[in-house]
Design a protein around this ligand. Structure first.
Ligand SMILES: C[S@@+](CC[C@H](N)C(=O)[O-])C[C@H]1O[C@@H](n2cnc3c(N)ncnc32)[C@H](O)[C@@H]1O
Length: 284
């Protein structure tokens, strides 16, 4: 902990030294984000106020944030929000932190949509923060979405995010185990389900293993449990001409593709993320 008086620049340099610990990588950008959150500043204000004294209360909050980061808590969990597809989304303990990789699924879905004048009905299975659903609603002004999650607390974050993004009137939540409570027909069914095999969970970095909810990660013995249910049941809720969009793990194209063909899906296209890894499937 620092003794006063300190400037914003001083406290940033203090934090940079404090986070040098074995096995921990914290970038300068993360430290900046934490200080901006503690002070309630945007980036321009932080730059302009570098030499100003940092109030004791900000020092205290920021030191607490740095202590949490040292305990491996990810920076976006500490500040309680993260940007996805240009939207600022609130997180809570029940939500996965949305990942940039998931933008690949959003883009793959958007590429399938030709200019439609009538309403597009979307079902998002395992919505978490609502990331995928809200990104699609932002891009498709004629779409409405039912967002499903088995975690009631995650649905609270999703609803709050829909309000933040001014999309509440086109977004509804449903507390359900996959399709159990789903009624009706949709033009697009989309899901980023849990897909990590149970045995691999223990090998994940502490930032993920200790802070993302297990239920959002664990796809069972082979990582494919959720795909089995979704691939088997989606057809009962898909409109003629509709499609299913799935995020997959980088090594799951063949295994999910095999399951899909066994469940009767015969048109399958795959999409890669910015790193060139297989990341999304569109199935018809
Ligand atoms: C990988 S996270 C994806 C969250 C969000 N869609 C995203 O892309 O950031 C998987 C989500 O599926 C939800 N989930 C897990 N099992 C479920 C089930 N049986 N029924 C419905 N949702 C489930 C989890 O709570 C979690 O929110």
């Amino acid at each position: 902990m620092m003794t006063e008086p300190v400037s914003f620049a001083d406290i940033q340099s203090w934090a940079q030294k404090e986070v040098v610990r074995p096995g921990l990588t914290v970038s300068g950008g993360e430290i900046e984000l934490l200080l901006m959150a503690a002070a309630g500043f945007d980036k321009a204000t932080l730059i302009a106020r570098q030499r100003d004294p940092c109030p004791g209360q900000v020092v205290e909050v920021f030191s607490g944030y740095i202590a949490r980061r040292i305990q491996r808590e990810p920076v976006f969990r500490i500040v309680g929000k993260r940007e996805f597809h240009g939207l600022e989304l609130e997180l809570n303990e029940a939500t996965l932190e949305p990942r940039d990789d998931t933008e690949c699924l959003v883009e793959a879905v958007l590429q399938q949509i030709s200019n439609r004048q009538d309403t597009v009905r979307i079902l998002d299975l395992g919505t978490g923060t609502g990331a995928v659903a809200l990104a699609l609603l932002t891009e498709l002004s004629n779409a409405v979405c039912v967002a499903v999650d088995v975690e009631q607390h995650a649905l609270q974050a999703a609803l709050s995010n829909a309000r933040r993004c001014n999309l509440r009137t086109r977004f509804e939540t449903l507390h359900s185990n996959w399709f159990d409570g789903v009624e009706g027909i949709f033009d697009i069914i989309v899901s980023n389900p849990p897909y990590i095999s149970s045995s691999e969970i223990q090998e994940l970095g502490e930032e993920v293993r200790l802070f993302d909810p297990q239920i959002a990660l664990d796809g069972g013995d082979d990582g494919l449990n959720a795909y089995r249910v979704i691939l088997a049941e989606a057809r009962n809720h898909l409109a003629t001409g509709g499609f299913l969009g799935l995020e997959i793990g980088h090594d799951q194209k063949a295994s999910v593709g095999r399951l899909a063909r066994m469940s009767g899906w015969n048109e399958i296209s795959s999409f890669t993320d910015l790193a060139g890894l297989d990341r999304a499937l569109i199935l018809r």
